[in-house]
Design a protein around this ligand. Structure first.
Ligand SMILES: NC(=O)C1=CN([C@@H]2O[C@H](COP(=O)(O)OP(=O)(O)OC[C@H]3O[C@@H](n4cnc5c(N)ncnc54)[C@H](OP(=O)(O)O)[C@@H]3O)[C@@H](O)[C@H]2O)C=CC1
Ligand SMILES: CC(C)(CO)C(=O)C(=O)O
Length: 360
């Protein structure tokens, strides 16, 4: 199966390297010209949870694309998903397969862009959520930060030959979980993402933010509200390895303990592979949101992914105040109007109490 990956950073780069290594015909595409040059000259260097290796890969910039692309995986940040897709629309046809291989509610916008070009978007687009983690450190260098499965599914829930074929190719990297409810899976990652965004209010390790009960309680309240936004939209939010929505439907103090246990379990899952690698000093200490703000010094994908959660909430009249406050604090940090730091947690804690959303 020929596979073209648009956006070959942490997520796209790792998938592309492992699939290439097992003999698949993969082209890694990225708009960062130095990264593409390094990939072609030296291959992709990977370190982190599985040790070090260099994988020779084929890479190109988007303007070099021509001919048939095979299955297209879009692994940019969500704010770049549609523009990445639009670049390749002239090379697609009604039988093409395009996978949103990233976080965020990207599929409806991708379908709309394809429909606008006269292509059957709902047939072409497939959904996915990668749950392994990494960081694009330098051109040609990705740190593999934690293990995790990939969820993959047709938007109509069917098991199709192309889904199976792509799943088999991706299993060169990690476990592929076929989902008949991929939209509920995508929502689950976005609901959970509210606590990921929360942890980026300070330049600190996840264990020092979500790992502290006082802060985990605020994060839990934010995720609880996000889940209520999903409920208001009639979404069947699915569980995944870091997150079980059942644990966030809090009514009693006992329920809060279950929620805190879920957060601790997520931290354990994200960190367990790193704990066995004391020789490697991990560069990525927080989430992808933290990585963009602190390490790459640029806006994260919060506006384009979590921002849409607020739009979904407003459309259905759900209460979005806590998530809106949190995201506005991140936007202020990105716009240089607010400092990163633990004072942000104090402010959000006070706001949570002021609107009566402190967990019991
Ligand atoms: N990293 C992680 O641990 C995890 C990430 N995810 C999700 O996966 C997605 C990808 O994240 P990640 O791999 O970290 O992102 P990275 O920033 O590491 O990589 C994305 C790459 O795509 C490039 N790009 C942007 N627009 C285009 C375009 N139009 N054509 C070609 N290349 C383009 C970017 O270039 P430029 O820098 O110029 O924008 C960048 O090099 C995100 O949605 C993220 O939330 C999910 C689970 C874990
Ligand atoms: C799962 C998690 C939090 C960790 O890699 C992620 O999706 C990210 O870093 O953006």
């Amino acid at each position: 199966m020929k596979i073209t990956i648009l956006g070959s950073g942490a997520i796209g780069g790792l998938a592309g390297a492992y699939m290439t290594k097992t003999g698949h015909d993969v082209l890694l595409v990225d708009r960062w010209a130095e990264h593409v040059a390094a990939l072609n000259e030296k291959g992709l260097f990977i370190d982190g949870v599985r040790g070090e290796m260099t994988v020779p890969v084929k890479a190109a910039t988007p303007d070099q694309l021509e001919g048939s692309l095979g299955a297209v995986l879009i692994a940019t940040k969500s704010q770049h998903a549609v523009e990445a897709l639009k670049q390749v629309i002239p090379l697609l046809n009604a039988d093409s397969c395009v996978v949103s291989f990233q976080n965020g509610f990207n599929e409806p916008d991708m379908i709309a862009a394809l429909n606008e070009a006269g292509l059957p978007g709902d047939r072409i687009v497939m959904g996915s959520i990668p749950n392994y983690g990494g960081a694009l450190v330098d051109p040609g260098y990705v740190e593999f930060v934690h293990e995790g499965p990939i969820q993959l599914g047709e938007l109509n829930g069917e098991m199709t030959p192309r889904l199976q074929e792509l799943g088999e190719a991706l299993s060169a990297l990690t476990e592929v979980q076929y989902s008949s409810h991929i939209w509920g899976q995508i929502w689950a990652k976005e609901v959970y993402a509210s606590q990921v965004v929360f942890s980026a209010l300070a330049d600190a390790k996840i264990r020092d933010t979500l790992g502290v009960e006082r802060y985990a309680r605020i994060a839990g309240a934010v995720v609880k509200e996000a889940l209520e936004i999903a409920d208001a939209n009639g979404i069947d939010v699915q569980a995944f390895d870091f997150f079980d929505p059942m644990n966030y439907r809090v009514k009693t103090a006992g329920d809060t303990q279950k929620l805190l246990a879920n957060i601790n379990h997520a931290i354990w899952l994200l960190k367990k592979d790193q704990d066995t690698k004391p020789a490697h000093s991990f560069k990525k200490k927080g989430s992808g949101i933290w990585w963009d703000i602190v390490y790459r010094k640029r806006p994260s994908e919060t506006r384009s992914s979590s921002g849409k959660l607020i739009d979904f909430g407003k459309k259905t009249g759900a209460d979005t105040r806590l998530n809106e406050k949190l995201f506005s604090m991140i936007y202020e940090i990105e716009d240089g109007k607010r400092e990163l730091g633990f004072h942000n947690f104090d402010e959000l804690e006070a706001y949570t109490a002021s609107i009566g959303k402190t967990l019991p």
